[in-house]
Design a protein around this ligand. Sequence first.
Ligand code: ATP
Length: 490
Amino acid sequence: MMWDMTQIGSMMASVMFVWAIFQQYFPEELGMHIKQYFRKLLSFVNPYITINFHEYQGDEYERSKAYSSIERYLSTNSSNGVKRLKANVLKNRKSIFLSMEDYEEVIDEFQGMTIWWTSSKIVPQRQALFSYNDGEEKRYYKLTCHRKHKDAITNVYVPHVLDEGDAIAKKTRQQKLYTNGRKTSWSHILFEHPSTFDTLAMHPDKKKDIMNDLMTFIESKEYYKKVGKAWKRGYLLYGPPGTGKSSMIAAMANLLNYHIYDLEFTSVKDNTDLRKLLIGTSSKSIIVIEDIDCSLDLTGQRKKKKRENNEEEENPVQKKEKEKKKKGKEMTLSGLLNSIDGLWSACGSERLIVFTTNHVEKLDPALIRRGRMDKHIELSYCCFETFKVLAKNYLDVESHDLFSTISCLLEETNITPADVAENLMRKSAEENADSCLKELVKALESAKEKTMMKVVEESTSDGISSDSAYEQMEDTDAESGDSGDEDSSD
Ligand SMILES: Nc1ncnc2c1ncn2[C@@H]1O[C@H](COP(=O)(O)OP(=O)(O)OP(=O)(O)O)[C@@H](O)[C@H]1O
């Protein structure tokens, strides 16, 4: 671009050769002087300077925001004159985000200055030969400009690039679903889940309350700052399988336009890896740990006691050795707590942390105490209000003769919204609202029958006559009238 490449090449080769000879035969101090002299000479001959913007700096876990902004800025300019581009198809396939492939160059003009951008990477020696691990490569953008423009470039051009990059990010933001898989870094796909608070079946008051809570959270940046708290909020979603916990997370993400980080706990080796992963999440995101009760050794007293008993049987030397090995190499409850609300949790902001569980009673109280999990939401069996949302969504029906029968049956039996939804779904062109609702009534009656049989079986095995078991059951039904969907939020 600036000099004939062959000239530069041969000049550099001669310089390197002379330098190698000097390094071998002259003392270190003299070497330093000569090095400085050569640098000056080179800068005298070459009027251009370079500035590198690294994707990750030093030991930083977080991707540099400047790097991302430059990437986006160049994506608007890079299609001109660049031969190799990476394509990223944006939401609804309406536009394409193009970025430069490695070692490509793009030229930008700004206020009469010419700026050359090159995308490059440092490949560790070992990796180049043997490793397949991409994570080790260190990418950076190299800016080259004329020395005389140095001040204008650093004070005007670079801020302009960063601002433009941020503006493009806002316009083209796409929700992403990240997972950690087997690595300590995240990989993602585009998040396109159709669940919204409109499609979510739950009591309208409860739904409104959750939506208000979320909207208040995103508008409370200043409030969190004022009270000295990291800008994050924890949600615990609990209830039987098929009651809509995952659907609610998707609805939350869609409402707020947040990314989702689905943290696969079983792939996290130790507390350090966990910290690294959490720091690697971006703001405006939901960090999800599903089925937390099944995750490692984080669940309450029973597991702990079991472990303690086993340890008593080992001899003290073995125990010490084991502890030594484990130290710092295991993921612990305290490590998790530290990561979600210790000092590290303040790195990054505007984040929701969501735990889901089918067995809330198994969780360690420390993990879900208020302040950590700020809002506890129970998702329960289908009540009549929940059913009405599903009937509207699946059949476009807001009232029907069978509604009163269904309402009574729902009070008498436990059925999940997932099962109700399955019955309401049209399976063929011949099916209509009538036939689907009849299907549901049948399913509810059969579920009720099963529950009764179970109670009778249990009662007779306890020595109670079947007649009194039925009587008892009817009494309990009349008393309870439980509609499920209880929220125990703050
Ligand atoms: N409250 C609900 N509103 C709307 N659809 C629901 C609801 N609950 C369940 N469904 C339907 O059932 C399917 C399964 O629900 P979902 O995966 O959200 O339940 P879950 O509680 O997360 O279950 P699990 O504990 O097994 O992960 C969803 O795809 C959705 O179609």
